[in-house]
Write a protein that binds this ligand. Structure first.
Ligand code: KIV
Length: 271
């Protein structure tokens, strides 16, 4: 029997056991009560309340504008829905980079005001002090390396990261630092599959890949991309499991037609 089926509630320890047993970890983003209910009932291991909410919920071009208050609102909505999965919430841009006091205060607000189980932040060596302080306060931290979207204006593009030796070596060092600082898992975004395999084998904590190949200990996708709600974004790493945009468009067109043709509501739908 898989660990996933055995446990009633997924914790950071469960994820560690999954890595040790070679059982892959499933993670998906969610930002609201209704979808979080579906996703938790469907048996996902981890819900990430990602700062990708800035893109897919608010329509911003980048993840930079979303605020801590907005992330807290999304996380509260998700936490109200879940019974079983682990809920991780992104610390948004500007709420942890300046110093570790601010980082700790932001993480504490998320834990206190949302009931989520862990936070995620982007970066390696640059944020190590903050990771240590947050972990020291008893808050589980998930790291995020490779393509870190909060640094998009530094990178200039959303292309694959760490293809060159210098950046790959930094990433190899950063993941060790994050593990030593007490992170319980690390997201690896858009890096070569061979590098993801190497670093996944170099640490005891699970790695969760997005565009990082099959050898990560788990996989994550943005819900709006994998369910085909947002059909504009089609990177090579994305597997789209449904086309909600098409289904919803057809349904709304039918609804409009039914109203115009006076076919809705009918007698059974009236009092
Ligand atoms: O915000 C997000 O959705 C993320 C995932 C892409 C890992 O950080």
């Amino acid at each position: 029997m898989s660990i996933h089926k055995e446990v009633k509630k997924i914790t950071t320890n469960t994820l560690q056991k999954m890595k040790q047993a070679g059982e892959k970890i499933s993670m998906l983003t969610a930002y609201d009560f209704s979808f979080a209910t579906i996703i938790d009932n469907a048996g996902i291991d981890v819900i990430l309340v990602g700062d990708s909410a800035s893109n897919v919920m608010a329509g911003h071009e980048t993840t930079l504008p979303i605020t801590l208050d907005q992330m807290i609102y999304h996380a509260q909505s998700v936490v109200r829905a879940i019974n079983r999965c682990l809920v991780v919430v992104d610390l948004p841009f500007g709420t942890y980079q300046s110093n570790s006091d601010i980082a700790l205060a932001s993480a504490i607000r998320i834990m206190k005001e949302t009931g989520a189980h862990a936070i995620k932040l982007e970066g390696g060596e640059e944020v190590i002090e903050s990771v240590k302080r947050i972990v020291g306060a008893g808050i589980p931290v998930m790291g995020h390396l490779g393509l870190t979207p909060q640094s998009i204006y530094k990178f200039g593009t959303y292309n694959v990261r760490a293809k060159e030796a210098a950046e790959a070596n930094k990433l190899k060092n950063d993941i060790l630092l994050l593990e030593q600082a007490g992170c319980f898992a690390v997201v690896l975004e858009k890096i070569p599959a061979a590098l993801a395999k190497e670093v996944s084998n170099s640490v005891q904590i699970p790695t969760i890949g997005i565009g990082a190949g099959k050898d990560c200990d788990g996989q994550v996708l943005v819900m709006h991309d994998m369910l085909g709600i947002n059909t504009e974004f089609k990177p090579r790493f994305l597997r789209q499991y449904l086309n909600i945009a098409e289904l919803a468009t057809n349904a709304v067109q039918q609804y409009v037609q039914d109203i115009k043709s006076k076919g809705f509501p009918n007698e059974k739908e009236s009092y």
